[in-house]
Design a protein around this ligand. Sequence first.
Ligand code: SF4
Length: 313
Amino acid sequence: MNGISDLARELRERGARSLALQFPAGLKRKAAEVADGLKSQGFSVIISGDPCYGACDLSLGLLEYADVLVHFGHTPLITHPSVIHVPFRVDIDPSVVRSALPLLKGRAVGIITTTQHTHMLPGIVEVLRAEGYEPVFRTAGGRTPEPGQVLGCSFEAARIPGVAEILFVGTGVFHPLGVQLATGAHVVALDPLSGQAVEVDAGNFLRKRHALIEKARAARHIGIIVSTKPGQNRYPLAQHLLSLCDRAYLVFMNEVSLDELLNLGFEAYVNTACPRLAYDDQVRFPVPVLTPNEFEILCGTRRWEDYMVDEIP
Ligand code: SF4
């Protein structure tokens, strides 16, 4: 991993001597190499072995054993004086966006991407301008501090006034799907590694979500999951949801696991933790796991026509 010297300089400036390192799943295998680099610069190092899905999930407990927590892979979501974030960057060839052009319907195009590619946006804009398009991106702030950045829990950067065409540059189907649900825009998703571009259609996804709401109606008991992770905790929202239904109970969890949900044995759950749990992981759960606004639809306080993708403000 690049940048160990820069990181070491910043840590020295802070007067840090002992470090706790935290990596998301995709970067964990770099832990020993990074630890070697920092140890050779004179720091004592410990490593978090717990699962980590985002900057919402800081191992703040390790600050009991270290001066600074260095969180790799994500931009800041929670500010803490003893935490340093080191985002992970992946370079791409900006000209790869040409493969998405046949699918675009308008000339004004909003550009969004994930943390690892936000540094490539100026190059992408240059290519699109050379092709006669009017690319635009915005910095939403809050959970997404970088230009054009979206997270699985925040599509705010895609809400660009006057722009009805969005190009998502990144891997996976969840972000572009969420963007379409959040904005109603025509969304094209481009995988910058394979060069494959597709138009996003949320219709099938919505049909499955509707079926889950209907299935959850029969549940005798419903668990409203409240996360104890610092950046996923939506206790006030959970309390509001609890007030809508006398069959519901609050269930506090740090790690939302299939085994534990099965052990509890509720016939349906409502997820106020990371929004991706209800969407991406539903296939692993044998019972419905609804989003907060899906639960409102079930309780009759929201219309199906007002369906909204779940985001954390
Ligand atoms: Fe990522 Fe979920 Fe955390 Fe948002 S809440 S940063 S989508 S892991």
